[in-house]
Ligand binder design. Structure first.
Ligand code: SF4
Length: 419
């Protein structure tokens, strides 16, 4: 196992810091206030047809990769998903609470300007939005006392908020009283969990992200075809456990560092899949190493790393070289949040820190810092980012600009039980 596991690694680092030249604004940067979250993510569907397609950022020069040979699949009737990784670049401002909206005019006047670059997209993805809304709707319908297996998403603030509204979080379904309502988290569950819930006569509501369900379906098909599957991911992560549970005799979990040593039964009958929230670059390297050893390695029919993970990594990669420090808002058990810290550092940020919220900012981090990038993981509500930026503004960062890398439009319909 490598140190990349989100649950046990150091997630903040600093390098030598200095104030960069502020005279070279990226053309995609514009001075803006906060975007209205509703303008980036339309509210969940009203029951529509139960399908969801991704339009994930088609501002300019789209390079989608999802179209070829990938047939989106339903997940038991509550959503089908299609994803590409549309890469575009655009300037976007909403004129909201920005400081004039007259365009980015950096001052670069010897250090007087200290700026915040808000990285976008950031925060809630379509799967998290759906999962949180599912629990809220379940509480509306059934009242307090709705059970949720595992954290609905990996963010302590979200979990605590839902707990305050009456949700009861448990680790396993055998902790749920017989006949009660239980919601399965966005990370998905194995068939064994579904069976255990049935045996307890539980009323189940499945908030599994449709893009996780897509990976489950791929695992079923590859296993049925008689292939051994190397599942690249973090041992112990709920999503990985759920996917492996689809075909436990055919799937072996490997970490990124295992590619050079893993042994397989038959190199001619081998496939790979991945967790949805891994580093895009590291996964590419891992697959290349696997393929150098096993040339017949079968690819998944489409990219398993989801659009939200890819987009957030692309966005922070674009901004990082300008930043003395990147603050990633997210919880330590959030794989995609931890990846953002790593990507920021790899892309040239001089420091990067993972924080659950504004209270975890350490003042010493800010010494000699002129430019702070702020982003957040896919399970982080935007008010937590807003609090961080408010704090920075009161701490001398007198300019806030937003770097809109990709415009996301994907939404998923709610599970049928709560429409
Ligand atoms: S990070 Fe990706 S896979 Fe996970 S819930 Fe969000 S959209 Fe779905």
């Amino acid at each position: 196992m490598t140190s990349r596991d989100s649950r046990d690694e150091t997630v903040g680092q600093s390098r030598s810091s200095f104030c960069p030249d502020l005279q070279n604004p990226d053309s995609t940067v514009e001075r803006v206030g906060f975007l209205d979250p509703a303008s980036r993510f339309a509210p969940q569907g009203d029951g529509g047809d139960g399908s969801a397609e991704q339009g994930d950022g088609r501002s300019s020069s789209v390079q989608g990769d999802g179209g070829e040979g990938f047939a989106p699949q339903g997940d038991g009737g509550d959503g089908s998903a299609e994803q590409g990784d549309g890469r575009g670049s655009s300037v976007q401002g909403d004129g909201g609470e920005g400081d004039g909206g007259e365009g980015f005019a950096p001052q670069g006047d010897g250090g007087e300007t200290r700026r915040v670059i808000l990285v976008s997209p950031r925060g809630y993805c379509a799967g998290v939005d759906r999962a949180v809304a599912t629990v809220e709707r379940a509480l509306d319908i059934h009242g307090p006392g709705v059970y949720v297996r595992k954290e609905i998403v990996h963010n302590k603030h979200v979990v605590n908020t839902l707990r305050g509204k009456g949700a009861i979080f448990v680790d396993e379904v055998d902790e749920v009283p017989i006949g009660s309502v239980v919601v399965f988290s966005a990370h998905g569950v194995s068939p064994a969990v579904r069976i255990a819930a049935q045996q307890r006569n539980l009323v189940t509501i499945d908030a599994t992200c449709p893009l996780v369900t897509k990976v489950h379906k791929e695992a079923q098909r590859l296993a049925k075809a008689g292939l051994e599957i190397l599942l690249i991911g973090h041992e112990g992560h709920e999503e990985v456990e759920g996917t492996q549970g689809e075909a436990p005799d055919s799937i072996r979990i490997i970490e990124q560092g295992d590619a050079d040593t893993v042994e397989v039964a038959d190199p001619a009958r081998l496939a790979w899949l991945s967790q949805t929230t891994l580093s895009v670059d590291e996964t590419r390297e891992t697959v290349a190493r696997l393929r150098s050893r096993f040339p017949a390695l079968t690819d998944p029919p489409s990219q398993d790393i989801c659009y939200a993970t890819q987009n957030r990594q692309s966005a922070v990669r674009e901004v990082a070289p300008q930043c003395d420090l990147v603050l990633v808002v997210g919880s330590a058990n959030s794989s995609n949040s931890v990846r953002l810290v790593e990507v920021a550092l790899d892309a040239g940020a001089r420091g990067a820190q993972l924080i659950d919220d504004v209270t975890q900012i350490i003042p010493e981090w800010m010494s000699d810092v002129c430019t702070v990038g702020v982003t957040s993981g896919a399970s982080v509500p935007d008010y937590l980012v807003r609090e961080v930026v408010d704090f920075l503004q009161t701490s001398g960062f007198n300019e806030v600009i937003e770097n809109q890398c990709i415009d996301e439009t994907l939404t998923f319909a709610l599970p049928p039980e709560v429409r």
